[in-house]
Ligand binder design. Structure first.
Ligand code: PLP
Length: 391
């Protein structure tokens, strides 16, 4: 019988120490792991991470969280890294070599582009941008040196939802592996592997943590050869995570489906309310009809993150928009999302997107992420700040 992910995450396999029947996993912390004999030390297996060799390469706590994240994503192998950005960098470093080319969507998470532009470039790895809303643009960008295609759904900040299946098909037909940044979907909104993705990465910092108090990333695969490639690079780069941080994510993981659903509901309610406001030119929320890629969201997803952007009308000045953001009291100004506190960030579209990629976006862009506050209070906060800033 297949069970829903909420049930699966609450009843995930875990073997407590003999005589101590508690479902909560223990927190193990160690650098040194003692071997029983020289023969046991020589027989150690770092490559497959099937046993314990050294704290950096895994403890019962990190293995437990890896198994649960693999279950969440519908994959078989997972490695944990100290941040979402480190997960992106790990995938790039594991799959790319000098002379290779990487393809990124033009609305990719900014630091992922920066990593390609400033770090990969120094190692002779080039990158190109494709239009995620046009699978033909991806097909046209793939060349003989293309070794990896990143896909993001929804795209960062401007929230376009691509036709993931069509992008995967374009990469597949050229024999190029795809990696999905699944931070928005969190393993809840849709399943990346079911859509043909090869590698699914997530910033556990966001929904799986849910607390705004831990930074972590994951990389999940379900192909043996890919998993081994990533694990070896992971090991050689010295990437590892702390037991206490794993504990925070393990504790939050069972409530992930509930939090995601609540923040989805709140996000759609506020996005719909904002869409009807005269100050707002456009709401960029993939679950709202008329948003870029709404039809793909409908085809691929059963839910949406509590994260969306609005375009405030062009008639307002940049100073008025700043005043609006400054006047909000419950929405706090800061990066990241999916914690208990609602957040707001104004973005400069001119710095974010090339002119041809932002022609459909007119106005001042402000991104909101929903926390766990009551929606009526958040709505009242938006209303008072709009009245103060826009008159
Ligand atoms: C936050 C985020 C990341 C990076 O995660 P960190 O843990 O903050 O490094 C990567 N991708 C997306 C889409 C994100 O929102």
């Amino acid at each position: 019988m297949t069970r829903d992910i909420a049930t699966e995450l609450s009843h995930h396999a875990y073997q407590p120490p003999a005589g101590f029947e508690a479902p909560q996993p223990a927190v193990h912390k160690a650098s040194t792991v003692i071997f029983k004999s020289v023969a046991a030390m020589r027989a150690r297996d770092w490559r497959h991470k099937s046993g314990y060799t050294y704290g950096l390469h895994g403890t019962p706590t990190t293995f437990t969280l890896e198994e649960r994240i693999a279950t969440l994503e519908g994959g078989t192998h997972c490695v944990l890294v100290p941040s979402g950005l480190a997960a992106i960098a790990l995938v790039d470093q594991a799959l790319l070599a000098q002379g290779d080319e990487l393809l990124l969507p033009e609305n990719a998470y900014g630091p992922s582009r920066d990593f390609a532009r400033h770090e990969l470039a120094r190692w002779g790895i080039a990158h190109r941008l494709y239009d995620p809303m046009d699978p033909a643009s991806l097909a046209g960008a793939i060349g003989p040196r293309t070794k990896l295609v990143w896909i993001e759904a929804a795209g960062s900040v401007t929230m376009e939802f691509p036709d993931i299946a069509a992008l995967v098909a374009a990469a597949r037909s050229a024999g190029v592996p795809t990696a999905l940044d699944n931070t928005w979907g969190a393993g809840i909104a849709f399943n990346g592997f079911a859509l043909g993705i090869d590698i699914v990465m997530q910033a556990l910092t966001k929904y799986p943590s849910g607390g705004g108090d831990v930074l972590m990333g994951s990389v999940v695969t379900r192909d043996e050869a890919l998993a081994e490639r990533i694990k070896l690079t992971h090991m050689r780069l010295g990437l590892g995570v702390a037991g206490n941080d794993c504990e925070l994510v393990l504790r939050s993981l069972a409530s992930l489906p509930l939090r995601y659903a609540a923040q989805d509901r709140a996000g759609r309610e506020l996005a719909s309310w904002l869409q009807a406001r005269p100050e707002v030119a456009r709401v960029l929320h993939p679950a709202l009809p008329g948003a870029p890629g709404h039809e793909h969201w409908r085809a691929h997803c059963s839910a949406a993150a509590g994260l969306f952007s609005v375009l405030l009308d062009e008639r307002f000045s940049a100073a008025q928009v700043d005043a609006f953001v400054d006047t909000l009291t419950l929405f706090r100004i800061g990066y990241s999302w999916a914690g208990p506190v609602s957040l707001v960030v104004p973005y400069d579209l001119a710095l974010l997107r090339a002119p041809e990629a932002r022609s459909h976006l007119r106005g001042h862009l402000v991104r909101f992420s929903l926390g766990l506050e009551t929606v009526a209070d958040l709505q009242a906060d938006l209303a008072q700040a709009m009245a103060a800033a826009f008159g």
